[in-house]
Design a protein around this ligand. Sequence first.
Ligand code: ATP
Length: 635
Amino acid sequence: MTTAPATGADVTSEDAWDHRRARGATGLLRTFNDAGVLEAVDVHVAQRLCASLGERDEQVALALALAVRAVRGGSVCVDLHTVAEEVVLWTEVPDDPAAAAAGSEPDAEPEAGEDPAAVLPWPEPGAWYAAVRASALTRPSEGGATVLRLLEDRLLYLDRYWREEQQVCDDLLARPPLDAPTDVESTALETGLDRVFPLPGYDEQRAAARTALTQRTTVLTGGPGTGKTTTVAALLALLAEQAEVAGRPRPRVALAAPTGKAAARLQQAVEEELAGLPAVDQERVGRPQAVTLHRLLGSNPRSSTRFRHHRGDRLPHDVVVVDETSMVSLTLTARLLEAVRPTTRLILVGDPDQLTSVEAGAVLADLVAGLAGHEHLAVAALRTSHRYGDAIGDLATAVRDGDADRALDLLRSGDEHLRLVEDPDPVPAVRELVLPRALELVRAAASGEAEAALRLLDQQRLLCAHREGSAGVRHWNRLVERWVAEETGEPVWATWYAGRPVLVTANDYGLGVHNGDAGVVVRDPVRGLRARVAAVPQALDLAPSRLGQVETMHALTIHKSQGSQADEVLVVLPPARSRLLTRELFYTAVTRARGRVVVVGAEAEVRAAIGRRAVRATGLRQRLGGAGPDVPGEG
Ligand SMILES: Nc1ncnc2c1ncn2[C@@H]1O[C@H](COP(=O)(O)OP(=O)(O)OP(=O)(O)O)[C@@H](O)[C@H]1O
């Protein structure tokens, strides 16, 4: 098995103006920049900090630059003992020259070739580590700031991430245990569990709910359709009942998710599951409103990493439920934990096998590994899928378990829920699948049926790993727009047209739209074209020109699809050597589907996806006393 390289694009070209080249670099920094391991920003930060603290050892400068690089790749630290094996450089050949020239080609398709990282002059790890430890960069400066931090003789951090990780660990471990339940509470708990889980087949959820009710802090994990939301809905009812029997006021509940789309989905799923509970429980829970985590914490216009609620002004809630925790970065987790009162029930829900947060950290996976064995911090795992019939669930399990043979067998089995499009030219097959839906969307939008158009958006999703290249979002968006234009006669260059699906790419608190919100342009008979955005708490109707940053969403990157689902999902796999193609990426794509998965790609690409892990360097699980770092190639 291989591991996905963190980042690194080849910059061995002769183009001295390449934005990745640090023209003032010398020595090791120059060598690693020329090879494409380091980008200009890594080199510049290292040079500046080394100069300001009088550090002349180029090995220390290289370590610092690699720590900056690590964060760019989603890790929170760099392991000096293994970094030489983990860095893989592939010669990348962008197939979209315009985008490449504009420097916006972070993820184009690589070509086969010898990995040049293997021949770089990597320092000997022991001596390297000793040099870093002896450096002024690892000691507080006169102003009190420390640049680099070390953990457990191998992990090297930029100070900010070291402190955030330590804070997350300290805040979690400091959360007090619950008082032992009274006899009355215990009895109410048992009868309550019988009431909300009356049927056979709910044993896992019952056990998970029992765990969560007896703990202040619970991590509730499970793959798609394993009943996480059902458990959350039941938990809310039982927590309200527990408060009632103890004579406490009804708990104040916060439901939050990292993106608007995920919050909207959480809201809908909780409402559906609550509707299945006895009337007394529905009445107890009321209608909690799901919000984004940023909104819960109170966005601060002056800072993207600091919020209105913090240690000095905590959230008022008695129960805080966070869904899609796998998408929450280390920084946001730190902000959440300092804002939640120590006595608040905290329930972190998610699927640790999914892609991690866009920003640095792998918090959910670290918690699952690191909390095992802790008495007052529980991990409750749901394993049985209740949603699919269950071919998609079987495929997700095969991908998660690294069983490529089984995944391919399932995809080729002829099951109505699965399909593998292996054609060397997949365009006709994708056109046949995608165009009817796109035209349906245009028809609904052109007749002003906004709600129907928004519902249609959730019926099908075309997912790509990359933004650029022949397997990328931009290419497929253009293709679908051209197919639609051929059918409707609309000019292909029109920016706004009825039936254009859009994805909001930046928060606009004034408008009430958030990065990740989906929408569609509809024709209003009186006002002309309007953008209908599925924002939370309610859909918005806006003049398209007011939407500042949007992208067309006939196709979407798998990263951006996190937190949402569609009835049918088409996954266009990139070439096997793409550094983005990992098991976590493929698993995330497959599990976006409610009813059908179509994988567009060759067998080699399916095998590459399943065989390669996305590994992030973090130290949280060790700090929590867990299983140790992810070892590339394992697992
Ligand atoms: N024990 C069970 N037996 C039968 N059906 C169940 C059971 N638990 C949940 N379900 C049903 O299975 C479906 C999936 O459940 P739920 O939405 O709670 O899963 P989830 O883990 O939250 O899914 P997702 O990954 O989409 O968030 C729902 O329709 C739910 O009503």
